[in-house]
Write a protein that binds this ligand. Structure first.
Ligand SMILES: *Cc1c(COP(=O)(O)O)cnc(C)c1O
Length: 446
């Protein structure tokens, strides 16, 4: 287990984060509870700002799909980063947080006309166009509104990275972007250059997530710059911007070896510069879009232990008061997490258990086979590294209200997302009149 950021063990042998005792946080705010370490979140933003912006003049935009709410948008803004949004909802959140719209990039493989119109009205900095249909739709909408919008084209470079390895070819089969290899990308560029209401500024790619192999970024940069060169030769258009996406891996579990942001910046920027020089092209403005590596390590989730079921010789199930509703990742893609007993941090592991959620799904297991001190009902379990893709992927399956989120710093805990209650669960339910009258009839006939 790895305690990151401001996490430490206090004198009561409790887990502390942001100077707050997690056992007291659980008592005050209830569980399940998302806790975000403000210091670490901001440090991660700064590491990117320093490594990319200060060292190379590159732009860093935070991928808000990772974790988005008003407070998070505000911290990202204060740290000088831009924002990547992929839906009207994420864009709305940014707008309500008064995020400067010129620093917003709008992504997505199927933006609706309403979302595109909203982005034009808000005057977002760039729209990253995914496909030909979107290109035409956007051009028409911008024309109706009498504006010209800056766009990037999303490309599929044929490089797909996974954790430890990357695949150089193939990966043409993707729902994202225009394929370089088969000419779709070049055709898209030529069309974009003809359209009067879009201004092509450059290209985008995103090669995957939870990446530890930095060479895959260098390779993707070479492929992208090769395309920039081909476009220049065929059309005379010189791309000003190259958005290389996000994806840097973080520590979740023993064996994960995240690479420092500085190294990532050096590898990527060197590849862009060297390729530009070799092809006799100007070095484009580089943009990166980290999400997980900013928010992930900064979050933990606190749960209360409930039912414990020991099936002798098979498995000991320890159930907590949350699960796939607040963290769908283990059920979605067998993600692994580490955890600790927040109220008894000094105790050594004595047994292997599995942490179960409370949803009606056998697959609702947060952690399989983890060595922990002997757990009792009422213990507080902290699952680590839950800042990214937990709250943002949460759901109300089984009509479980979504947890609260707090931001901790220097002994202070501020509520940043209110806990849902049962009223929230039926807020959008509508009772048709004919059903209502049946109920009334039923009630009166009793
Ligand atoms: C998901 C995504 C990101 C962020 O990826 P991380 O792995 O969280 O860093 C950036 N850009 C695009 C286009 C994405 O889809």
């Amino acid at each position: 287990m790895k305690l990151q950021g401001t996490m430490q063990v206090n004198q009561k042998n409790h887990l502390e984060i942001g100077g707050c005792d997690t056992v007291e946080l659980a008592r005050e705010f209830g569980t399940p509870l998302y806790v975000i370490d403000e210091t670490l979140f901001r440090q991660n933003c700064r590491a990117y700002y320093q490594a990319f912006t200060e060292s190379y003049g590159a732009t860093v935009i935070y991928a808000s799909k990772t974790l988005s709410n008003l407070a998070v948008c505000s911290m990202v803004e204060q740290e000088g980063l831009g924002l990547d949004v992929v839906s009207g909802g994420e864009l709305y959140t940014a707008a309500k947080a008064r995020f400067p719209m010129e620093r917003v990039y709008f992504h997505g493989n199927n933006k609706s006309p309403e979302e595109l119109r909203m982005a034009l009205e808000y005057k977002v900095g760039r729209i990253v166009v995914d496909n030909r249909y979107e290109l035409e739709t956007l051009n028409n909408l911008a024309g109706e509104m009498g504006v010209k919008v800056n766009i990037l084209l999303r490309l599929s470079p044929g490089v797909e990275a996974h954790t430890h390895e990357y695949i150089k070819t193939g990966q043409i089969d993707s729902k994202f972007g225009l394929v370089i290899e088969n000419g779709m990308a070049m055709a898209g560029v030529k069309r974009a250059l003809q359209l009067p209401h879009v201004q092509l500024t450059g290209f985008h790619c995103h090669i995957g997530s939870q990446i530890f192999e930095l060479q895959s970024y260098a390779h993707a940069a070479e492929v992208m710059m090769g395309f920039v060169h081909n476009v220049y030769r065929e059309t005379g258009f010189v791309a000003e911007e190259l958005n290389m996406g996000g994806g840097l891996g973080i520590y979740y579990y023993q064996g994960d070896r995240p690479r420092p942001v500085k190294e990532y910046a050096d590898v990527l920027m060197t590849a862009v510069k060297n390729t530009a020089a070799a092809l006799d092209l100007p070095v484009p403005k580089v943009i990166v879009e980290p999400g997980r590596s900013i928010a992930g390590p900064a979050g933990i989730t606190l749960y209360t232990v409930g039912a414990i079921k020991d099936i002798p010789g098979i498995r000991k199930y320890v159930a907590v008061d949350g699960g796939m509703g607040d963290n769908p990742r283990p059920a979605l893609y067998q993600s692994k997490y580490e955890a600790c007993v927040a109220n008894r941090m000094h105790e050594q592991p004595v047994e292997k258990v599995s942490i179960a959620g409370k949803c009606c799904e056998s697959g609702d297991m947060l952690i399989r086979d983890i060595a922990l001190p002997s757990l009792q009902p009422g213990d507080i379990l902290a699952v680590l590294g839950t800042g990214a893709y937990n709250y943002s992927m949460s759901m109300n399956y089984n009509r479980l209200p979504r947890p609260a989120m707090i931001l901790v710093n220097n002994g202070r805990a501020d509520l940043i997302v209110r806990r849902e209650d049962y009223c929230d669960l039926i807020r959008n339910d509508v009772m048709p009149d004919r059903l209502r009258s049946n109920l009334v009839k039923l009630a009166s006939s009793r």
